[in-house]
Design a binder for this molecule. Structure first.
Ligand code: SF4
Ligand code: FES
Length: 310
C-alpha cells in the first residue's frame, strides 16, 4: 500500500486513494477544505479548487515535485509522495485567492441566511477571506425560485459546485434539474422551473455547501444554533429512516440527514421523513447528536438538557 506524507504526517492508504481522503484518514487541521467533492456522490469534485495542495515530492520512483498546485480531491497518492497543505504559504495564498473568487458574486447576507452556522463558505471566509472586496463590477443577481413545494433556490448564493445536480442524477429517477449555460452565465435551473417532486429531491438541500438551496418548511423559523440536533429514527418504507431532528423544546423545527464531520451524508433520507414528519410522535429520539465540526452548533451545550417527551 502506498505511503504518503501530508504536512509531515505519514499515512498508508490503499492504492487509488486521493490525497484528500488520505488527509482525512490523518484528520485535524491538515485536511484540505472541500466545497464540491462529496464522497457519496460519484464524479463529484474538481470544480471549486478550494482543496488545492502542493506535491513537493511526486513519488519514491520519481521524486520531482509537481509543477503546479493540484486538486487534492482528484489527485491519487503514489508511494513516497510528499504533500504540503497548511505548511505551504503558496497553498494558503492560492486558497485565499479561491475564496476571493467564490465571494465575488456570493452575497454577504449571512445574517438572514438559513445556512448560517453550517455554511462551509462562511467557515472558509472566516479563515481565509479578505476584509473587503477588490471587485468593482456589478455582481450577478437572480430572482429566488421555488423548486417544487419544499425547496427554495437562491441562485445568487450558488457557487456552482454541481453537488445538487449529482443528487438529481444519482438519487432521483428523472432528472429535471441541471446547470444551464457556462462561465458567468452558468446557473442551476430546473428546466423551465419544473418542480422536482420525487422522493429524494430534498437531499439537494443537505449537499449544498452554501445557502443556495434551503428547506421551505424551515425558512426563517429559527437559527440553527438555537436548536438541539437529536439523532432519531422511524420505520420508513422508502429510506433508512435514520435522521437528525432539530428541536426547540419538544417541537421539531426541521429534519435533516445525518452528516459526518466533513458535512457529508452517507444515508440519504426521503422527502416524507424530511418534510412531513415534524411531530415528536413520528420519531424515536435516540439522543443528542455529536456535532464536532461546526463549532457554532457544538457550542450549544444541549447534552445536559433533559428531553421531556409529551
Ligand atoms: S445550488 Fe448549492 S449544491 Fe447546487 S451547485 Fe449551487 S452551491 Fe452547489
Ligand atoms: S473539493 Fe476539490 S476541487 Fe472542489
Amino acid at each position: 500500500m502506498p505511503k504518503v506524507k501530508i504536512d509531515n504526517f505519514e499515512v498508508e492508504v490503499p492504492e487509488g486513494t486521493t490525497i484528500l481522503n488520505a488527509a482525512r484518514q490523518i484528520g485535524g487541521d491538515i485536511v484540505p477544505p472541500a466545497m464540491c467533492y462529496y464522497s457519496t456522490l460519484k464524479g463529484s469534485g474538481g470544480k471549486c479548487r478550494t482543496c488545492l495542495v502542493k506535491v513537493t515530492k511526486g513519488s519514491e520512483k520519481d521524486p520531482r515535485p509537481m509543477p503546479k498546485l493540484v486538486a487534492s480531491c482528484q489527485q491519487t497518492v503514489m508511494d513516497g509522495m510528499e504533500v504540503a497543505n497548511i505548511t505551504s504559504d503558496e497553498v494558503l495564498n492560492a486558497r485565499r485567492g479561491v475564496v476571493e473568487f467564490l465571494l465575488i458574486n456570493h452575497p454577504l447576507d449571512c445574517p438572514i441566511c438559513d445556512q448560517a452556522g453550517e455554511c462551509h463558505l462562511q467557515d472558509l471566509s472566516f479563515e481565509h477571506g479578505l476584509e473587503s472586496t477588490r471587485y468593482e463590477f456589478e455582481r450577478r443577481t437572480f430572482e429566488k425560485i421555488d423548486i417544487g413545494p419544499y425547496i427554495k433556490l437562491h441562485m445568487t448564493r450558488c457557487i456552482l459546485c454541481y453537488r445538487c445536480v449529482m443528487v438529481a442524477n444519482q438519487l432521483t429517477p428523472e432528472r429535471v434539474h441541471g446547470v444551464l449555460s457556462r462561465g458567468d452565465h452558468a446557473e442551476i435551473s430546473t428546466y423551465i422551473e419544473k418542480a422536482i417532486d420525487n422522493d429524494f429531491s430534498g437531499n439537494m438541500i443537505d449537499v449544498c455547501p452554501v445557502g443556495a438551496l434551503t428547506d421551505r418548511t424551515f425558512r426563517f423559523k429559527s437559527r440553527v444554533w438555537f436548536l438541539n440536533p437529536m439523532d432519531a429514527h422511524r420505520d420508513c418504507p422508502t429510506c433508512s429512516g435514520k435522521a437528525v431532528v432539530w428541536m426547540y423544546g419538544n417541537e421539531i423545527y426541521r429534519v435533516t440527514a445525518r452528516k459526518d464531520k466533513y458535512g457529508e451524508v452517507h444515508d440519504f433520507i426521503c422527502n416524507t421523513c424530511r418534510f412531513e414528519k415534524k411531530s415528536i410522535n413520528d420519531w424515536t429520539i435516540e439522543g443528542p447528536r455529536d456535532i464536532d465540526r461546526h463549532s457554532v452548533i457544538s457550542q450549544n451545550h444541549y447534552e445536559g438538557q433533559a428531553l421531556t417527551v409529551r
